[in-house]
Design a protein around this ligand. Structure first.
Ligand code: GLN
Length: 447
């Protein structure tokens, strides 16, 4: 803990943590040390973890990097925090993120952007940018993030770490600040795949507080091995033909395909017929769900209340106007629009139907193939400030990550070396529903 605290203090300019739980972490290290000595420590004994600042931890502040939750203290712990602590993990702090997890660059945080440790003029990716850089820069052993449309995988690829999002319904969302509930999943940012397997085992499994959870057995981390079997792998041919994908990203994918083939795996190009609908469908549905989830921030129940309010209506209006950032407001407005009478059928209901097609088609591919291989993102980390003005450009950047989210499938971003500028690149593998064990075991091929 002392070593990590030293690293954190030496790197405050990266803006990784919204708060460091210094005294807490030191105190738990002491008591866990005693348990290690007496042989009663849990599976994560001594593992120092950062949690994204949208994960509730009793008695600690949680802000979702939003002004509207500034100074709000959680009165209960999320199920995942309870499970991590029960296995003697040490939580070292709450990591910066995009406001309410809306973004892909961490530039939407009320507390400012997180800087990429590979190049401090560039973004960390997002929305779990603080979690990714915390692991990248050695400020903790592992970090927990949330992934609604790529928020664990994309920053992992920008920062050269492993980002793992399990199947929807594996990990409890109880005590996770909601963004888009039919997509939100907790995920991990780690240096190794075996750490991802271990954290997954500890956090996954049924919970009375989240009725969407599956009762399927959770794979044991002790069974995690390197799968040396020959696989059938599909890759998206548009990843190589599209002008929107960076040349070095394409080369990384081509090299991986050639190596897989040389090692005896079957690798085939496929074309996904709903590719152009992935991003619009994701954003219509995510914004609709967000507009409903964020209705609870009214200036009365939680956190920030406008000092300029004079009555109930102005309390709502001003607290929301002053408390939410620009991107969050844009999404609340668009989400409210697609749900409104007269537009519901044209946008929301239509997007639900397209989601069903995307889900069925993706699942069909993963019945025929063991895995789907894509780049995690079309480009490496971009300069801070470059994309801020055009949200649509940023949304399109999510093309490869939202498919797993729309289909509710597990996916992982694996480090795939650096480009010529020294920026990390990532490759993504998607697997069938609840095939985390197969996914994690085969991922070792790339490590
Ligand atoms: N970039 C996507 C969005 O802004 C994904 C974010 C996430 O996974 N939380 O919605």
């Amino acid at each position: 803990v002392k070593n990590y605290l030293k690293k954190i203090k030496a790197n405050t300019r990266l803006n990784v943590f919204n708060e460091v739980f210094e005294q807490d972490a030191l105190a738990s290290a002491k008591s866990i040390d005693a348990r290690i000595k007496s042989g009663t420590a849990g599976k994560l004994a001594g593992m120092v973890i950062a949690i994204k600042d949208n994960i509730c931890y009793k008695g600690h502040k949680v802000s979702a990097s939003s002004r509207i939750l500034d100074n709000f203290t959680s009165i209960y712990s999320s199920t995942i925090v309870e499970r991590l602590l029960a296995q003697d993990a040490i939580i070292i702090g709450r990591a910066n993120c995009d406001e309410f997890a809306m973004g892909a660059s961490n530039e939407n945080s009320f507390y400012g952007p997180v800087k990429n440790a590979a190049d401090e003029t560039r973004v960390s990716g997002g929305s779990s940018g603080g979690s990714a850089v915390a692991v990248q820069a050695g400020m903790c052993h592992a970090a927990i993030g949330t992934d609604t449309g790529g928020s664990v995988r994309q920053p992992a690829s920008f920062c050269g770490v492993v980002g793992f999002k399990p199947t929807y319904g594996r990990i409890s969302r109880h005590g996770i600040i909601s963004y888009a509930s039919s997509f939100d999943q907790v995920g991990t940012l780690t240096k190794s795949i075996s750490d991802a397997a271990l954290l997954f085992e500890v956090m996954a499994g049924p919970d009375d507080f989240d009725s969407t959870l599956s009762h399927k057995p959770v794979p044991a981390a002790a069974e995690h091995t390197t799968d040396k079997g020959k696989k059938k792998i599909a890759y998206l041919q548009e990843a190589l033909s599209s002008p929107g994908v960076d040349a070095e990203v394409k080369n990384t994918l081509i090299n991986a395909i050639e190596k897989l083939r040389a090692d005896g795996h079957t690798v085939k190009a496929i074309s996904f017929e709903y590719l152009e609908y992935l991003v619009p469908t994701y954003y219509i549905l995510a914004m609709a769900e967000a507009s409903s989830n964020l209705a609870r921030y009214d200036g009365v129940h939680y956190g920030f209340r406008s000092p300029n309010a004079t009555d109930l209506t102005s309390t709502y209006k001003l607290s929301r106007s002053e408390g939410f950032g620009k991107e969050v407001k844009r999404r609340i407005m668009l989400g409210t629009f697609v749900l409104s009478a007269g537009y519901y059928d044209a946008y929301y209901a239509k997007a639900q139907k397209v989601r069903k097609l995307i889900r069925e088609q993706t699942r069909k591919i993963l019945q025929e193939y063991d895995f789907l291989l894509t780049p995690t993102a079309p480009e490496p980390a971009f300069p801070i400030g470059k994309k801020e003005k055009d949200p649509v450009v940023t949304y399109l950047h999510d093309i490869f990550t939202v498919q797993a989210s729309l289909a509710g499938l597990p996916a992982i971003s694996l480090p795939a070396g650096n480009n010529s500028k020294g920026l990390p690149l990532g490759l993504q593998l998607l697997a069938g529903g609840f095939a985390e064990e197969q996914l994690l075991n085969f991922s070792e091929y790339f490590s």
